[in-house]
Ligand binder design. Structure first.
Ligand SMILES: [Zn+2]
Length: 84
């Protein structure tokens, strides 16, 4: 079996996801969620509104992107074709 080296590359065809969750609260975190957004500004806007309404100020933010394990010998142009 031949060893094929792989390289991790970001899948630019898949839209990354941004989200936030309110973790304010002493005993039990608020838990309110922004939902998934395709732009960080939308999450920030949600946080701004939530803070205005509740005075909650602590958030857990997540960012998700998608990756491709591509054989290192492939040219970037070929990676796109393999994926399609
Ligand atoms: Zn909250």
């Amino acid at each position: 079996m031949r060893y094929v080296p792989f390289t991790t590359i970001q899948d630019l065809a898949a839209v990354p996801e941004y989200a936030a969750e309110c973790v304010s609260g002493d005993e039990k975190p608020c838990g309110e969620k922004s939902g998934e957004h395709t732009h960080p500004e939308h999450v920030e806007e949600w946080m701004r509104r939530h803070t205005q309404e509740t005075r909650h100020q602590n958030y857990r933010r997540t960012f998700t992107d998608f990756a491709i394990m591509a054989p290192s010998e492939l040219e970037p142009a070929r990676v796109a074709r393999v994926k399609a």
